[in-house]
Design a protein around this ligand. Sequence first.
Ligand SMILES: [Zn+2]
Length: 236
Amino acid sequence: MPVAKLRPISSHVAAIDLHAQFQVAVFLVRHEHGLLAIDAGFPGWAYAVLTAAQSLPEPNRITHVVLTHAHSDHVGGAGILATECGAEILCSETERPFIEDGRSLATAACSLGAKLSLTLNHWTQQRKVPPVKITGTVAAGDQIGGLSVVEMPGHTPGQIALVHERDRLVLCADALFNVRGQIGYDPAPGVTADIGAAEQSMRRLADIGVDDVAPSHGPALLGDARERIAQFLERR
Ligand SMILES: [Zn+2]
C-alpha cells in the first residue's frame, strides 16, 4: 500500500499525506513554471514528496518550498528538497531563527506548561531536523504562485497561512486542526506557544471569508469552514 498519495483538493492544489507518528500533509500548488510545496513533511520523507511531484504533469519541478512554521513535521524534508530541486526555501521573518538557527520554540512560550512541553519537544524532535537554509522571507500580503500570505501566530510565533485566490482555498497550516472528528487549535496540551494568539488567528481565518480550508492535519473543510469555525468558537 502506498504511504504517500496525492489527494486533490482544488484545481491547483493537491495534498500529499505522510504518515509517521501521525498524519501530516504537504501541499503541492501548481503555478505557471512548476510547483510550490507548502511545507516539507517529517524528516526522512522528502523523497515521498519528490515522487509525488514527479507523478504530476510537467512542469513539475518544485521551485519553492514555503514553510508555514518551524515544527519538525513541517520543515523536516526542506533541506533535501532544496538540494534535489534547487528550490527556494521561504518562511516568515519571525519564524526564521526557529528554522534556520535551531532556536527552541520554548523561548516563545506564553505559559509554563507550553515552556515545558516545547522544551521536551525541542530535545526529542526539533533537534533531529537536518539543517535548513532559508533563502528568502515572506510577509503578510505577499503573493507567490497564486497564493497570498496571511499571518497566523499562536501555534508558533511566526506561523503563516496561504490563500489561493483563484481556487478560493486557504491552506491554514496548524492554525486549525481537524483530527479525531473535530476542529480546534490546540490538539494536545502544551503544543501551542500562545493560546490567546491562536484563538485570534482562528477568528482571522474565518474573517478571510473563504469557505474552503485545508489544515495540515486532517481532512479539508470544504464549503462550510466559516460555519464550523463559528460553531467551535461559540462553544468556548
Ligand atoms: Zn505545528
